[in-house]
Design a protein. Structure first.
Length: 152
């Protein structure tokens, strides 16, 4: 599989918000917190095409990733793969690309995940460590040069 990250444009905001809605629905329903308006708004309120990229697998747009500057280094603000393309190693491939970028810059990487989401195990499996828990989310850090765990 060929995996690339392609720049987003301002006019991509609505379709990317729709993708987030589809990708997050199951996790949000699990905690009885699904609200389509709020789920779309979370991405749209801080949308920055400059920090957003389409995840493209074999020429098909299958997800999005938002990586922005943060006081601790870089914030992996969003990483969503459409449910039809999950469990194929695409998320791990995106992390590998993001890790390479963070490592080149010598920056720590921070990410948050909804407490009841499978994303928590995903981030732990890929070398992040839990540093903070809030009402709805867990927050993780990966140090620069942290590598990808064997078998990830």
């Amino acid at each position: 599989m060929t995996l690339t990250l392609e720049p987003a444009a301002p006019e991509d905001a609505d379709s990317l918000a729709d993708l987030r809605l589809v990708a997050m629905r199951e996790s949000l329903e699990r905690i009885n917190h699904f609200d389509p308006h709020r789920a779309r708004h979370r991405l749209l309120k801080n949308f920055s095409a400059e920090h957003t990229r389409h995840v493209v697998a074999d020429g098909v747009r299958v997800g999005l990733v938002v990586l922005r500057p943060h006081e601790e280094g870089l914030l992996l603000d969003h990483l969503y793969i459409h449910p039809d393309h999950q469990r194929r190693g695409i998320g791990a491939g995106v992390l590998s690309l993001v890790f390479a970028e963070a490592d080149r810059q010598g920056k720590r990487l921070r990410v948050g995940a909804l407490k009841e989401s499978e994303a928590n195990a995903f981030y732990l499996r890929h070398g992040f460590r839990l540093v903070e828990q809030a009402e709805w989310d867990n927050y993780y850090i990966r140090e620069p040069g942290g590598g990808m765990p064997v078998g990830a």
